[in-house]
Design a protein around this ligand. Sequence first.
Ligand code: ATP
Length: 231
Amino acid sequence: MLEVQNIETYYGETQALFGTSLSVGEGEIVALLGANGVGKTTTIRSILGLTPPRSGAILFDGDDISRSQTHEIARMGIGWVPDDRRIFPTLTVERNLSIARKKTRFRRWQVKEMFDIFSALEHLMGRECENLSGGEMQMVAISRALLGSPGLVLFDEPSQGLAPKIVQDVMATIRRLKSEGISVLVVEQNAMSALSVADRVYVMDHGRIVHEGPASELLEDDDLRGKLLGV
Ligand code: ATP
């Protein structure tokens, strides 16, 4: 579904990614882990065309998107749940969701299906988003991504700022997306949460992938996990 091939991404003259390659299969959950500032968000920004790579290629469902604009990439079926949620604060939940609807080549979701996933959402529809809790905002951000009919959803630090119980709910939602055939790339500093849902994992350091393998290997091998992730 996603092939990131040897990309080099810069902020001005500062290079942030040095030949990063990774892939996400259909219906697969892949975690991209690593410490602060190693290039995880930059990888997401490169895929979305927000900070396009200077070299290398990014293929999504067979199409080369490395030179595409962000709005084109969204219309092709890549959803994004950003770390800072980026909800319109003065609009209601309903309005935030209704403006997110898009038709792509992938499954179209209805708003009422969001209520099956997040039972609390139905009662929040009339609320202005600036008054929502962190967990409620995350529900809106995930619902907004799904209403854009994605084949792949990129989650940037979905556990950031959330209570442990809400983090568990978010991880359960990621599993649910997989059961619907949606592919997921989840970027996390909270390695244990991400490893609990991921099929495969990449670890980054200084803009490079330094480890790739099944998530079960890192969950079971305490020494390797400690060496790579410090947990
Ligand atoms: P974190 O979890 O802290 O966000 P990260 O792994 O996502 O870390 P990135 O945000 O991708 O890391 O940052 C990778 C490198 O690029 C860092 O050295 C960072 O300082 C740099 N960087 C990130 N954004 C910018 C920017 N807008 N301008 C210049 N440098 C940036």
